[in-house]
Ligand binder design. Sequence first.
Ligand code: C2E
Ligand code: CA
Ligand code: CA
Ligand code: CA
Length: 279
Amino acid sequence: AKDAGRNAFRFFAEQMNADTHERFALQTRLSGALERNELLLHFQPQVDLRTRRITGAEALVRWQDKELGLISPARFIPIAEESGLIIPIGEWVLREACRQVQAWRLAGLPDMLIAVNMSALQFRRGDIVDTVRQALQDTSLPAYCLELELTESILVGDANAMLETLRRLKSLGVQLAIDDFGTGYSSLAYLKRFPIDKLKIDQSFVRDVVEDADEAAIVHTIIQLGKNLKMTTVAEGVETEAQLAFLRVEGCREAQGYLFSRPLPPEEFYRYFKASASG
Ligand code: C2E
Ligand code: CA
Ligand code: CA
Ligand code: CA
């Protein structure tokens, strides 16, 4: 019977193309990654454009697999989303980010904002408000230190239900940011209805902002929109001084990108932040 099962599997496997096969293999490994302690967080600094001081960091998940090495979230987050594994993974990321930042605060680092990426499934299944409340409670991180990054795809759908969820999150005291702003298909109408604190300007707009007048116009418009709606704007993917200069002139508040730092392992971020805070 065992052989028959194996043969059936082999037959099944041969039907799949190489891509599907790879995804299936990754998904199988990923399902054990949490228990095996193979996930870790890197932290990318977010800086105030005027002072260049660090205001916070974005937590970015990494997967260290024994055989496959360090796997980028671009490869495994889509698989985690399709398989539902993003629920336990997302919860781990949230708790680990809160735990780490609270540990840094207790070690004497100044207050910082830690931004955590949310997936649509986390909002559709389970009670995200309860999950966030519990993570804050268990780690003792003050709510004002936590920011949730929501993509526009999370916000589409039942606007009234979403408004209610966002209000409950806001009443916990956390910050809400829209990630990859401008790349989604949602309407601008939700922006003024939803209690959003921050717009993250997608790196695809920032990339050519110096050479391309269209991209410059888009970034200019997003920054003005943020100002008018009393939201902070953060530019993502800032790699050059020329991009930084443009953003500063336009009045963008914060930036994140390789110009300042790549996402760093915890110990390196700690040193970087400590040096920035005292320098
Ligand atoms: P994202 O949320 O847009 O994160 C920013 C990505 O841009 C990160 O890639 C970061 O390393 C990269 N980046 C930062 N600065 C620069 C720059 O100056 N130039 C360029 N070219 N890239 C820059 P990363 O870490 O590979 O993450 C990729 C995506 O995976 C993230 O995009 C996010 O959508 C997703 N992701 C990462 N961690 C999590 C997580 O914990 N939960 C969920 N649901 N998604 C996550
Ligand atoms: Ca993000
Ligand atoms: Ca982003
Ligand atoms: Ca992105």
